[in-house]
Each structure stands twice: as C-alpha cells, then as structure tokens.
Write a protein that binds this ligand. Structure first.
Ligand code: G3I
Length: 370
C-alpha cells in the first residue's frame, strides 16, 4: 500500500511473485511482464521540484525529453547548437540508471523556422543530416530507442494520407525511408520507432488515420525500411466517447501480421467533464485508461508504455482560454480545480490516482505477447 507522503515502497527482490497490490511501482509492474514504463519529463522541473524528482526516480524506468531534444530547442539559430538542457536530462537519466528515448528526430512541429526556410529553398538533405547526425552521434550509446519520424499522417492533404510537412515538401514521401536509414546508420543498436496519434476511436477521422498509417507501414516494410516498432501516442480523449477495442484489435492484428511490436508512447487522457467531482473525473480517466490498455496490451506485442508526463501538475493539456477562465471562476488552484486536466497517473501532489492503479494493474496482469 502507499507509504506516507505518497512514496511507493520499493519491493523486495522476490516481490514479483506477489500481486501488484503489494505496492509495485509502475516500472516494476511493467518489468513483471518484460515491458518498460516511463514518462516524458522536463529537466528543469526535475531540478526544481524534489517531490517530482523522487516520483520520477521511483516510478520510471525510461525517460523521454518532452521537448529538450527537438531541433528548434537545440539549434534555434543556424550553427548555434546548445545541448545544455538535453545533456542535463541525459546525465540525470544515466546517473539514475534509466533508459532513454530520443524524442524527436523528424517532426513537423520541431523544425526551427530558419531550417524550414533553408530546406524549402535548398532541399538539402545535408542540413537534416547535420542536426540528426549531431544528436544521434552524441547520445547513441546512452539512448535505447528513438522516435525517428513522428506524426507523418494527416488525412485530407494528399492521396497517400501523408502530412505536407517541410520534410515531405523538400524531399518527397521518400523522406521517411531516408530518415530511418540515416538513423540505423548512426545508431545501429537503437530501437527505431514510427509514431502517430488518433488511432483509438471509431470515428471517420480516426478510421482514416488507421487506414493511411497501415498503408504507410506496409510500404515501408515492403521497401525494407529499418523500422523496428510502431509508436501509438495514446492521447485519449473523453470528448470522443470510449476507445474502440475492436478497432484497436483489428489495427494491431495488422501490425502483428507484419511482425511489428508497438509501444504506447504518449499516454494521457483529455477530460470532458471538468466540473464534476475530482473523484468522478478520476474514475472516468481510469476507466478509459483501463479500456485502452486492455485492448493494446492484449492484442499487440506492446514492449512498453510511456505517459506524456507523470503528474497533473505538469500536463501539456491545460484549459487556459479566457472562455475557460469564465466557465470555471476561481479555477487553476491545484489539480482539484476544473482548470487542470487530471489525465496522468499522479496528482498535483504526486499521489497515485485511480489512473495510476488502472495502468499498474494492466501492466502487471497482461502478459507480453510473444
Ligand atoms: O521552457 C520554455 C520557457 O523558458 C520559455 O519562456 C517558453 C516560451 O518560449 O518556452 C518554454 O518551452 C516550451 C515548452 O513546451 C515548455 O512549455 C517550448 O517552447 C514548447 O515548444 C514546448 O512545447 C512542447 C511541444 O510538444 C512542442 O515541442 C510541449 O511541452 C510538449 O508536451 C509537446 O509534446 C508533443 C510531442 O512532442 C508530440 N506529440 C504531441 C505532444 C503534445 O503536443
């Protein structure tokens, strides 16, 4: 059970024989079935908030830089590379014995403006090689897996369902194969991921996303692209109803047929009933988490789960429009208020919420498909 102060007691060596309710951490529950659990983190918050730092060390076996490795963070101006923040995060992870996911190499929202302009003008792969080469060479011995290409799909833009990113504009659809080939050459031992979002619900948009994503994956596998794993971002959204277990299962069967494992890479839950009680809100978040993980862990060969953040205190999902301030007068206190989305495993105060136990139970209970 939870120790005072929310710290989950570390288990004795033979604890994995005991049921999860004996207090396994998320990392231990994942390892129980040969998976890894982790979270996206920001190094400045780890340095500034001792309770958060302790929770990260306690619960996570893998860390993902939330944005510190993005091209626009590392090279905001041409040739002015700064690795300070990402070095600090990598050093923290290494010191604490954590695995790392290099996030993110090719992502349309991670490109600095100067690079977009230069790519549009010159269509020079050497420019891409410059950034990716710097990052992968610097960290390849410390980073266990890489989000090589993120969010390549955007139905409605092209007949192949690909997003008209600056990479596609500059290099054509072949940029994805080139990206993975470059990554394999720079980090031969890294697990290379292709990741996307909007794959969980049974609606027209997400049916299209699953269709085009599978078509892209089939093309890449057919071309011999060195693609190792599919990243399912897993940004769940209670405004869309409940995740569709049959749709997820059918999608994962296609990946199993291509012998492709998956990872849930950015799990969190966007609420829809911000003015319900915290207990009711937490129950809805936990139920959706359970439905989703039951489907993914049962039907896919899921190597691990990373949540996009660990605590509601740091969620990227926040309701801060003026209309929301008006709707929720006096909001934005701690996580109890309507203004803070309660879609991550730990509360504002770093206490496990029902989502934590839904996640831990699924990781512990569901065996890894071989
Ligand atoms: O920390 C600086 C602050 O010092 C500065 O004053 C401020 C204004 O420039 O920027 C702050 O950094 C921002 C950071 O979030 C922290 O707020 C970055 O500019 C901003 O780019 C960053 O946004 C991140 C976003 O990706 C874009 O990189 C979010 O944290 C992050 O949660 C989000 O994550 C994405 C995944 O990479 C891909 N999937 C979707 C997911 C959510 O959008």
């Amino acid at each position: 059970m939870m120790a005072a102060g929310g710290a989950v007691p570390l288990l004795a060596a033979n604890a994995f024989d005991a049921p999860a309710q004996n207090g396994a951490t998320l990392a231990q529950a994942a390892a129980h079935n040969g998976r890894v659990y982790g979270a996206a983190v920001r190094i400045r918050r780890i340095d500034a908030e001792q309770d958060y730092r302790q929770a990260v060390v306690q619960e996570c076996a893998l860390l993902v830089p939330e944005y510190e490795m993005n091209w626009n963070e590392i090279e905001p101006a041409y040739g002015q590379l700064s690795f300070d923040r990402i070095d600090a995060l990598v050093d923290f992870a290494t010191d604490q014995g954590k695995k790392l996911r290099g996030h993110v190499l090719f992502w349309h929202l991670g490109v600095p403006e100067w690079a977009s302009a230069m790519l549009r003008e010159r269509r020079d792969w050497g420019l891409v090689n410059h950034y990716v080469g710097f990052v992968m060479t610097r960290y390849r011995d410390l980073v266990h897996q890489w989000t090589v290409v993120n969010e390549a799909i955007d139905p409605g833009q092209r007949s192949d369902g690909l997003r008209n990113s600056i990479y596609l504009e500059a290099f054509g659809p072949g940029y994805i194969h080139r990206a993975f080939t470059l990554a394999r050459g720079l980090a031969p031992n890294g697990l290379l991921l292709l990741s996307d979002y909007g794959l969980e619900y049974d609606n027209a948009e997400q049916r299209a996303r699953r269709y085009y994503f599978l078509k892209l994956i089939e093309r890449l596998k057919g071309a011999g692209t060195p693609l190792d794993c599919i990243g399912l971002q897993g940004h769940l959204d209670l405004r869309l109803g409940q995740v569709s277990a049959p749709a997820i299962a059918a999608f994962l069967r296609e990946l199993n047929d291509m012998n492709l494992p998956v990872m849930v890479t950015e799990l969190d839950v966007k609420e829809s009933q911000y003015v319900a009680s915290a207990q009711e809100r937490d129950r809805m978040v936990a139920d959706e988490t359970r439905r989703y993980l039951d489907a993914v862990l049962s039907h896919g060969r899921c190597l691990g789960v990373t949540t996009w953040g660990l605590s509601d205190r740091h969620s990227w999902i926040i309701e801060i429009t003026p209309q929301d301030y008006a709707r929720f007068p006096g909001a934005w206190k701690n996580g109890e208020s309507p203004g803070i989305n309660r879609g991550l495993p730990l509360s504002w105060e770093m206490k496990p919420k029902p989502m934590y136990f839904a996640l831990r139970d699924a990781l512990w209970r569901i065996r890894l498909r071989r």
